[in-house]
Ligand binder design. Structure first.
Ligand SMILES: NC(=O)c1ccc[n+]([C@@H]2O[C@H](COP(=O)([O-])OP(=O)(O)OC[C@H]3O[C@@H](n4cnc5c(N)ncnc54)[C@H](O)[C@@H]3O)[C@@H](O)[C@H]2O)c1
Length: 416
């Protein structure tokens, strides 16, 4: 029987979260696409969105696929160890339903070696097929950036790798249907490239956060220093702030764990993590200082946190730094902590251990602009004054306002 042309291939996306949905939408414009997820609500919400797309919770449907693409989460445990359960369970489901000749591609962010050391053995054990003979494997890391309209799946170059040349050619052709592709020399190279992209970002933010801590101690305005330094052509334009989400604060631990297993203890990577993890408490300390310097009684103070998601203009609260700010404020016996976020409903806000804030809520003594969503950017200083009892404290985490404008109105102002 002649082998199928690329246009005839059936794709199955395993894991229909943020990444999986984007891929399902992109592939189903060109190829017959199946979406498999264990979460029924995801499957129901996506069914019939495209003629060529069908979603299911029935793992047997995977058997129809020529290309199976895995987009399941790669979280960490409470002790910062990689939690491979979602990948292992997905591999078992796929193995049980793998068609001879199929290609399995992992897109989840992992440490170098995981595809070959963890995924392939589980696929072989559960399918009784042999990798490289009966089925083939590739790796293509996902780079999409939530809340960023400029860098979407179709505009980002996609790194593609496989453990065998024909598979690599097929994957290059398939992924070329949806975006620009880059041929990586091996699966390990592609896995390592993805994880260091996120580690580099984490460390660059950690470095400017450390600058911010240093300049606060020296009484110098960090924003002004960075603006001056950025006039040099090769000074990187990172800004201090909070680091959240299920990628940047999580992915470094995948590489750390893998290399610790062979006796190397990364120092720079973990130092960056430690600094970024300390920033929520640093912000809470700023508020405390602001309240005291504004003459407020800490035990009676009410604080409003604006922006609760892990970053601007997204609905995702996973690994949001805000609960850590709240925890520290509560340790300081702050009377009440309110939360306001245009992307979240009151139930979710309450789950973050804050009281939902409405226009008619009582006035507060301090405001933390933690995440400057676009809806907040039009607010004027008078809007913040209207939220406050009398001039209180304002912590502008990302430094989007001019400090002098606040100070001129009698408000204590600081930024990270
Ligand atoms: N979200 C991003 O911006 C982004 C960007 C680049 C890379 N990544 C990486 O891509 C991967 C997926 O991220 P995401 O944001 O799409 O995650 P997500 O949590 O939004 O979605 C994961 C989906 O997988 C499903 N799932 C879990 N176990 C499953 C199983 N055994 N079988 C089938 N489905 C299963 C879940 O129900 C969920 O719908 C992660 O490794 C992440 O680090 C994410």
């Amino acid at each position: 029987m002649a082998s199928k042309s690329v246009k005839e291939k059936v794709v199955c996306i395993v894991g229909l979260g943020y990444v999986g949905q984007s891929l399902a939408k992109a592939f189903s414009r060109h190829l017959s696409t199946i979406g498999f997820d264990i979460d029924e609500s995801k499957v129901i919400s996506l069914n019939n969105f495209q003629k060529k797309f069908q979603s299911t919770t029935d793992e047997k449907e995977i058997f129809k696929a020529d290309i199976v693409i895995i987009c399941v989460p790669t979280p960490i445990t409470s002790t910062n160890q990689p939690d491979l359960e979602p990948i292992e369970k997905a591999a078992i489901s796929i193995g049980r339903n793998l068609k001879t000749g199929a290609i399995v591609v992992l897109e989840s962010t992992v440490y170098p070696g995981l595809t070959e050391e963890v995924l392939i053995p589980l696929l072989e054990q559960n399918s009784n097929l042999i990798c490289g003979k009966d089925f083939f494997v590739g790796y293509s890391p996902e780079r999409i950036n939530p809340g960023d309209d400029e860098h979407s799946l179709d505009t980002i170059t996609k790194v593609i790798a496989a453990n065998e040349n024909n598979t690599l050619e097929t994957l290059m052709e398939i992924y070329s249907l949806i975006t620009t592709v880059y041929r990586a020399p091996s699966i390990k190279v592609a896995e390592a490239a993805k994880v260091i992209e996120n580690i580099q970002r984490d460390l660059n933010i950690a470095l400017v956060n450390e600058f911010a801590i240093i300049f606060h101690k020296l009484g110098i305005d960090t924003k002004e220093v960075l603006e001056a330094a950025q006039t040099k052509w090769n000074f990187l334009p990172f800004v201090p702030g909070l680091v959240g989400g299920h990628c940047i604060p999580v992915d470094p631990y995948y590489l750390v764990e893998r290399v610790q297993r062979i006796g190397y203890h990364p120092q720079v990577i973990l130092a960056g993590r430690a600094i970024n993890d300390s920033m929520p408490a640093y912000v809470a300390d700023m508020v405390l200082k602001g309240l005291i310097e504004s003459g407020k009684v800490v035990k009676e103070a009410k604080v409003l946190i604006m922006g609760l998601t892990y970053k601007e203009n997204v609905t995702d609260i996973r690994e949001s730094p805000v609960p850590y700010i709240v925890k520290t404020l509560k340790e300081y016996s702050i009377a009440k902590v309110y939360g306001l976020d245009p992307y979240l409903n009151s139930d979710i806000i309450m789950k973050m251990d804050v009281i939902p804030y409405f226009a008619e809520s009582e006035k507060v003594d301090a405001v933390i602009l933690a995440v400057p969503h676009k809806q907040f950017k039009n607010l004027k200083i008078s809007d913040f004054i209207n939220m406050m009892n009398d001039p209180g404290a304002f912590v502008d985490v990302k430094g989007i306002y001019n400090s002098s404008d606040f100070k001129a109105r009698g408000i204590w102002y600081d930024r990270v």
